[in-house]
Write a new protein. Structure first.
Lengths: 329, 323, 310
């Protein structure tokens, strides 16, 4: 087993709010190896975005209060801001959900895509710009040289997202974090962007973390995935294994709730009952237990740890850790 | 795209100007039967002068003819003649306009130069003591009567200082004849009135920049900029401020029309020989034609200023230019 | 933002929604009032304004009981008296008239004219704005073009012009100042009307055959009211300043009637005799306008928290 490129260990990030302390990331641990794609899946508010932001040390106004993020031998949580800036945008790049609001409206796209290489590689304006144009071409923007002179509002949604991806790749980072890259886009464009991310991963060998709430996206893209709920990881493993044989009731319910084309027409949808918990007021024991159809008495008392369940997967569940398979109507 | 936008705005402006002329002149007409009330009562005018003026101003002609004549003259830069001494309004304007521009332009520049850093500091140090103090000063600044502030500054920096034998600032005029009227002399005279005039601008605009900056700094593209690994200073000033300034340009643009008229009170208090003081002096002498001519001129500038501001905005915000 | 104020009229049973929340639902007005009351600074400013208004109203009584002077009584033995001298609590002016008394009576002018101006501006502006916004089309174009024209003329020049054409007393002065203010109000109201006009309850009311005027008065107006209230509260301070400036220039309320502005008309000649005489009227204006502005801000924050700039 090769050394992981990025290793997150027991990361904890909190936000102080009027209602109390929100434990947005509550003891999250995972590894990312060079060249692989990892998916982080969960509902809104489960902590997946904050985890990514914490890796980048962009979690303000939140605070990282525990754990380590090891990248190329350094603990990112301990670096000075100055040192962190050497890594941000250069070794680890991040792209965001809404490309319209994520690009600065008053500067030309080409200039914005060229900025990272000017900052980090020390390229002069001309070289940076030509690098930017070539990258824009590689992400599939036709007439890149002319388009580089345009402003963000002149681009369509899909093209903007491509431009953002280009912007992240110009410095050939080792890790690319994509936070809900397709959520704000049309369904048809979504597929194109995902194809692009896949190509990028293959061509450049960039390790990719794909954050999404959409299981379908993960299925096509990621070799491994992590499922998050209420700030914790509840299940982790290779995508095919998790989909075929989920080891956590949350994952299991999620997979069942997806409407399927091959289902009977009269079959009702099977949503997960209840609501996600308030992060200020988490239930005792396993955070998911109030909504879990498999719950035991133990689940409302003790918090399960993320342990090996089955050959390739890990799950934080008393039920499956005791050997029970998840089946049912 | 830009050309069409310009053309539309220009057309609208012309309509407004024409309308304004109609209003002003209608105003004069309706307040009394004759064009200028009291023209027959002004003791400084002899009967022959009155008759000459009436003929010259076309008072006894039907309103349309008279309006058309006036408009025709105005388009040629002739804004009328003074009722008191027959001098042309235009000559007065040419004489005084540079002084007014000197004063108000300086005030606006001071306002911008002070407001931007104050506003940015307030935004970056939001909630701190510095921020609160700045806000308090701003709020207080709105409530101070300009003419009174001028008087108090004169009292403190001119009168009191002189009384105590300290170097003092001049309190009236734009320059001293016996001092030679050089640049330093003019600057000396400019200090107090420009301070008073810029005070309001600084208060208003610094608060505005502050809220504009706060809003900009919470935008997604700022998060993107940080993720690209640049210094916080670059994030704030290169990516942030540029966006925050756009609405300020609109605000400044809104003040441009006031360039000529905004300083009137300050001009009167400081005896500054500008357009505003001209209008005021002549008003006291019931020189209606001059006041009207000056008013019309000022209105023209307002409309032109509005147009200019619209254009500036179009240039600065690419979304409008290419939208 | 604006609650359904007139739905009851159409006899639609209120559709209750189970919110499961402990706090009872309140009308927009109650909520705004609550928010206003919680703003301590705003409340303090409001109280100060009320006190000033009371002082203005009770001027004659205060003259008799508190200061023992009349505002126009000349006493050449007490010219430029310092505060405290000769029974003059705040001193006397160049004709020996008691400063405090004149300030008290001056409040009548400043607050009175301001109130009148606001009333006139709001009335005319609302009427024009409503008609323009409601009817749209050429009526809207014409009215708004007219507003553009009025707003294009620099206010101070217009004031000067009108002051020499019309002998200003309190009422005409208010009308002069209002002649510029109504334009902004009209634009504001028109904007609100345009947005409210789209809403369903207007369509519903129309479909049962309500007349235009009824629609405007009973349905549009209450929804436009909050914006008006905010605009009025924010504008009062400016109006007081403008009126004081006009008085100062000698184009407003004429002496011997005292007003805070005209007490400063001859200030340049007071410099060497009494600094108090220059400072006091200005401080009074400043405090009054400050209170108005703070109260206005509080009203705006209470009625439309979205506009709040933290």
């Amino acid at each position: 087993m090769t050394q992981p490129l990025l290793e997150v260990h027991e990361l904890r990030t909190v936000f102080s709010t009027k209602e109390g302390v929100v434990r947005a990331v509550d003891g999250v641990s995972f590894e990312l190896h060079a060249g692989e794609t990892l998916g982080i899946v969960g509902e809104s508010g489960c902590g997946k975005s904050v985890t990514a932001l914490s890796i980048m040390r962009l979690q303000r106004p939140g605070r990282i209060v525990g754990g380590k993020v090891t990248f190329k031998g350094q603990d990112l949580t301990r670096l000075s801001e100055y040192e962190m800036r050497e890594i941000r945008g250069k070794e680890i790049a991040m792209i965001f959900q809404d490309p319209m609001t994520s690009l600065n409206p008053v500067y030309r796209v080409g200039w914005q895509v060229a900025e990272p290489t000017q900052l980090h590689n020390g390229w002069d304006a001309k070289r940076a710009l030509s690098g930017a144009v070539s990258m824009l071409g590689r992400v599939g923007i036709p007439g890149a040289a002319a388009r580089a002179r345009d402003y963000p509002h002149q681009f369509s949604g899909g093209m903007r997202q491509r431009a953002m991806i280009a912007m992240g790749l110009t410095t050939t980072p080792q890790v690319l974090i994509a936070d809900e890259p397709t959520t704000a886009l049309d369904v048809t464009i979504q597929a194109q962007i995902l194809d692009l991310l896949r190509d990028v991963n293959r061509e450049f060998g960039t390790a990719t973390i794909l954050i999404t709430h959409n299981l379908g996206v993960v299925a096509g893209m990621c070799q491994r995935l992590i499922v998050m709920y209420a700030g914790k990881i509840v299940e982790a493993g290779p995508t095919t294994d998790v989909f075929a044989n989920p080891k956590h009731p949350y994952t299991w319910s999620l997979l069942r709730s997806i409407p399927r084309l091959d289902a009977e027409r009269h079959e009702p949808l099977k949503p997960i009952e209840g609501f996600p918990p308030s992060l200020v007021d988490l239930p005792q024991g396993c955070s998911f237990h109030p909504r879990c159809v498999f719950r035991l008495e133990k689940c409302s008392r003790d918090v399960p740890a993320l342990l090996q369940v089955g050959e390739t997967q890990r799950a934080a569940c008393w039920v499956t850790q005791s050997g029970t398979e998840l089946k049912g109507a | 795209m830009l050309a069409k936008y310009v053309a539309r705005r220009f057309l609208a402006s012309t309509v407004v100007v024409l309308g304004v002329t109609a209003i002003t002149l209608a105003l004069m007409k309706t307040t009394s039967g004759s064009y200028v009330p009291g023209i027959d009562l002004n003791p400084a005018l002899r009967p022959e002068d009155i008759a000459r003026l009436r003929a010259q101003l076309g008072l006894d002609e039907p309103p349309q003819v008279w309006y058309a004549t006036w408009l025709w003259n105005a388009l040629h830069g002739d804004f009328g003649h003074s009722m008191i001494d027959g001098s042309t309004v235009t000559s007065h304007i040419l004489d005084r306009l540079p002084n007014t521009i000197e004063l108000t332009a300086t005030a606006i520049v001071i306002g911008v130069v002070l407001a931007i850093p104050l506003g940015v500091i307030g935004a970056l140090r939001r909630g701190s003591k510095t921020d609160h103090s700045l806000t308090v000063v701003s709020v207080a600044g709105f409530a101070v009567p300009q003419f009174w502030m001028g008087l108090m500054l004169i009292l403190i920096f001119s009168v009191t200082l002189e009384q105590h034998g300290l170097p003092w600032l001049p309190s009236s005029g734009a320059f001293s004849a016996y001092n030679g009227g050089d640049v330093f002399d003019r600057l000396e005279h400019l200090i107090l009135p420009a301070t008073v005039l810029s005070f309001f601008y600084t208060s208003t605009w610094s608060r505005f920049i502050r809220s504009s900056m706060l809003e900009v700094l919470s935008q997604d593209y700022i998060r993107t900029a940080r993720a690209k690994g640049m210094s916080e200073r670059r994030v704030v000033y290169l990516h942030g401020l540029r966006n925050a300034l756009i609405p300020l340009i609109t605000l400044i643009g809104l003040e441009l029309p006031g360039l000529v008229s905004g300083g009137l009170v300050v001009e009167v208090v400081f005896g500054w020989p500008g357009i505003g003081k001209l209008a005021f002096e002549r008003a006291l002498q019931y020189d209606y034609t001059t006041v009207m001519g000056v008013t019309f001129f000022a209105t023209l500038l307002v409309v032109a200023g509005n147009l200019l501001a619209d254009l500036l905005y179009g240039v600065l915000d690419p979304r409008i230019r290419y939208g | 933002m604006i609650g359904p104020s007139r739905v009851a009229e159409l006899d639609i049973p209120a559709a209750g929604v189970e919110t499961g929340v402990a706090r009872p639902a309140q009308s927009y007005w109650n909520e705004s009032w609550e928010r206003l009351r919680e703003n301590r600074l705003g409340v303090a400013a409001g109280v100060l304004l009320v006190v000033l208004a009371l002082i203005a109203v009770m001027a004659p009584i205060l003259s008799a009981v508190l200061t023992h002077f009349q505002p126009q009584t000349i006493d050449l033995d007490s010219t430029f008296a310092r505060p405290g001298v000769g029974g003059h609590i705040l001193g006397a002016d160049e004709l020996g008239r008691d400063t405090l008394t004149r300030l008290i009576w001056g409040a009548r002018v400043s607050l009175g004219v301001a109130f009148l101006t606001v009333a006139m501006s709001l009335t005319v502006g609302t009427a024009v704005g409503m008609v323009a916004g409601y009817y749209g089309g050429w009526i809207d174009d014409v009215l708004m073009r007219f507003v553009d024209m009025v707003l294009a003329i620099p206010a101070i020049f217009l004031f000067i012009l009108m002051s020499i054409l019309i002998r200003p007393n309190a009422i005409t002065l208010a009308a002069i100042v209002a002649s510029v203010g109504w334009g902004s109000v009209a634009r504001l109201v028109r904007g609100e009307v345009l947005s409210v006009k789209q809403r369903d309850f207007i369509l519903a009311t129309r479909s049962i055959g309500a007349k235009d005027s009824r629609l405007m008065l009973r349905h549009l107006l209450p929804n436009v009211l909050p914006v008006l209230i905010v605009a009025a509260s924010l504008g009062v301070g400016q109006i007081i300043l403008v009126e004081a400036a006009l008085d100062f220039l000698g184009l407003g309320i004429q002496p011997p009637t005292p007003s805070w502005g005209n007490m400063l008309t001859n200030a340049q000649s007071y410099f060497f005799r009494s600094g108090w005489l220059v400072a006091l009227p200005g401080i009074t204006i400043f405090l009054t306008v400050l209170a108005s502005n703070l109260f206005g801000n509080a009203v705006r924050d209470a009625f439309d928290p979205r506009l709040k700039s933290h």
